[in-house]
Design a protein around this ligand. Sequence first.
Ligand code: AMP
Length: 367
Amino acid sequence: MPINKLRYGSKIGIIGGGQLGRMMATTAKHMGYRIVVLDPAPDCPAAQVADEHIIANYDDMDAIEKLAKKSDVITYEFESVDLDAAKYLESLDLLPQGSELLRITQDRQHEKEVLVKNQLPVAPFKIVENEEELRDAVTQIGTPCVVKTCRGGYDGKGQFKIEEDSGIDQAVEFVKKNGRCIVESWVKFDKEISIIFTRSQDGEITYFPIAENQHKDHILHTTLAPANVSSEVINRALASAKAVAEGISVVGTFAIEMFVAGEEVFINEMAPRPHNSGHFTIEACNVSQFEQHIRAICGLPLAPVFFHGAAVMINLIGNDVEDYLDEYPLAHFHVYGKSEIKEKRKMGHITFVGNELEQLKQTILFK
Ligand code: AMP
């Protein structure tokens, strides 16, 4: 398929109107594009900054058709896009990312199978559908291990950790309730990192600096960049990212979350879209993960990535959003425009940028 270079004024359709859609949209608006968002919530974050909003469910095929008619190109802000809708948009040459990246990342089994096929490092795992398979898997993998639903889990939802063999009965109930699951060995990691890259439609790849992620209650809380890891780990993470990018023909911005144990790196999860742990790129790089994504889907050349040296990104979760201005007057802040504060809901984020990470951390602590 020839690459369609979309000039400013063209219309980008975005499936999903959350904060990632909003940040894609604001970036695209800076670049002169027009935006139409598909989301069922009338006042969703992305609709507040878009030119048009189709209020409908993501799998409403009439709405998808309407979106297709209005858009010169279509992208999405989450991976659980209805696969039939994605295939339909692909058949119209409107979805440069294609439907395959969605098929793979919607399902932990597909994701792991692709990684194994490409000889990439993952924690030992087994797919199970019933009690017998679960008991066999836990015997083979050993404890501690974690059982995750193959579809639909995020931020630690849809997971059950088996600390020792006595926990297996509860895990049996979990599998009975949730159906097909993956059992994974529990990795005693030193750090969690993520690597975010962008691949253009003609195969050019740029990488953002590898970041280190700290979670609270399974939700990303803080991202530090650059990750404090050895050059061996950096090389392994980069090599894995390149292999994924080329192995599954990624287009757009893509994120890979990894565990680091000593000098070893294990891929945990992948997302075919900009990622929370890449928000620091908005202020800390010459080009953000969102701008690179828009460039890729619009057929523009990618920008070479330069990093200003150090960044700390902190999510504003639930009530955190109330007093960030008093607490951190020097931060770059982003508030997503969600109508209601809820516990554990990502309401916004703040980013600090500096030249050197240790110095920047001190500045934040002793503001
Ligand atoms: P996930 O939904 O797969 O990203 O998992 C959420 C979090 O649970 C991860 O960021 C890790 O902190 C932890 N976790 C998930 N799987 C494993 C594993 N196999 N070993 C150790 N920690 C894990």
